[in-house]
Design a protein around this ligand. Sequence first.
Ligand SMILES: [Zn+2]
Length: 226
Amino acid sequence: MFDPIEATKEKMVLACKVLQKQRVLDGYGHLTARLPDGRILSTPHMPPGKVALRDLIIIDKEGNKLEGLGEPNGETAMHTSIYKARSDVQCILHYHPDELVAVAAAGAGIKVIANCGVPFYRGTPIYDSPVLIRSHQLGDKVAATLGDRNAVLLRGHGGTVVSNDLDTLLRLGLDLVRSARIQIMAAPLGALKTHSQEECEQMIKGHDRPNANRRYIDYYISEVVD
Ligand SMILES: [Zn+2]
């Protein structure tokens, strides 16, 4: 019988493997997903790219551990604050790619100069502090900076991406880093031409069609399974 919690666990482990293979994770970072009963599935306090099914833990809305052997991550408050502020958010990725740290340091966020940046056309606000998010108070500040967007950059630290499903989260997590990388590559070339708002909105409509992520996700999954 289909078990939604087991299915979410399997998707989360696969997403971790893809993010590891694509080298956007290091020893830190974490993924969480809201479960149908309101509890939160989370990678534990270990390198997320090395997580197996048995390692996943379940925490409550305040970040206290309910199930599993591992311990919650030090920055769990960032996740719980965002879930409280955003009923539409079902999963969250927090990571520390060099590309996001570089773009955040320049102070302008992601410029939409490539199609992979289109999902971020409404802006990628910058949380202006390098201090790790280890309290509910700081978690609430990150959630406020994120607002109704799907990504927030954290100066000197990394980024956090949110979505309503794990496939889209994986895509956004990869596309945010790729967008930052292209921006860094293009920066020395001079003035950059960005997508117009109208172009972005037209392309976003195309992203909304059913199974729009399938081919994208299947490609990356094929890189991590035999
Ligand atoms: Zn962090």
